[in-house]
Design a protein around this ligand. Structure first.
Ligand SMILES: [Ca+2]
Length: 242
């Protein structure tokens, strides 16, 4: 029983017994026992073996992290991408080296896309060129071995041909897509082309290869335009990092 309640009950009994008429030897014995208990409770130290745990300090509120700062490069991405992916690498095709190929090297040049609405292309330009039967090889350099999602941003136009896209990892060659680049109107591809998720090893040589291999009858030419591609580290390796 709660100590305070017990004291109150015993005190009430004592008070009642003091007012009540005498009840004989049994009542006297009960009152004596009650008095004894009351004395013992009064003499006992308060809460002698309390194991009550003091309240813990209130958890410190963690301030919200600062919103990620959008980088200038991400801000330049066309198409209004609001949430830049984590660890995004951008390969701007007209800014990176074109490596030697076993096939003919395509004719290429940087093309200012202002006549077609520069704001629709990253940095307002693209790598323009022409075939046929030529190949562009770009290195996919990664600092960490991990899975990466690859997205391609290209252009479609009335005088464009067909392209075969490959990912080469080490000694393996993975055929990805044959893509039609012809369209009656010069414009960015209607959607970025998702090339899928790939395990890229930092200790191997990885390449993205574009081969201009054919043309559409409506075009009759083998020209092409590629804006940029992105490599987003997906961090799907246990213990890995991006
Ligand atoms: Ca560009």
């Amino acid at each position: 029983m709660n100590r305070k309640i017990a004291l109150a009950v015993l005190a009430a009994l004592m008070a009642l017994s003091a007012c009540a008429p005498s009840g004989g030897a049994a009542q006297t014995a009960q009152l004596a026992a009650a008095q004894q208990t009351l004395d013992a409770l009064n003499a006992a130290p308060a809460n002698p073996t309390s194991t009550r745990v003091p309240p813990t300090t209130a958890p410190t509120r963690v301030p919200p992290t600062a919103a990620p700062t959008q980088t200038a490069t991400q801000a330049q991405l066309p198409g209004g991408r609001v949430e830049p992916p984590k660890d995004l690498v951008i390969i701007e095709f007209d800014d990176v080296p074109i490596l030697p190929s076993r096939m003919n090297t395509c004719y290429t040049e940087r093309q200012d896309m202002s006549p077609f609405g520069a704001e629709r292309w990253n940095e307002g330009d693209q790598l323009f060129g022409s075939g046929p039967d030529c190949q562009l090889v770009f290195e996919l350099r990664v600092n960490e071995t991990n899975f990466y999602n690859l997205m391609l941003y290209g252009t479609i136009a009335p005088d464009y041909g067909k392209a075969r896209l490959e990912i080469r990892r080490g000694d393996s060659i993975d055929l990805i897509y044959n893509v039609e680049l012809y369209d009656p109107v010069v414009q960015p591809g209607r959607a970025p082309l998702d090339l899928g998720n790939w395990l890229l090893n930092k200790d191997e040589t990885n390449h993205f290869v574009i081969t201009i291999y054919d043309t559409n009858p409506a075009s009759g030419e083998y020209k092409f335009g590629f804006d940029f591609m992105t490599m987003e580290c997906l961090n799907q390796i246990r213990g890995g990092s991006c």
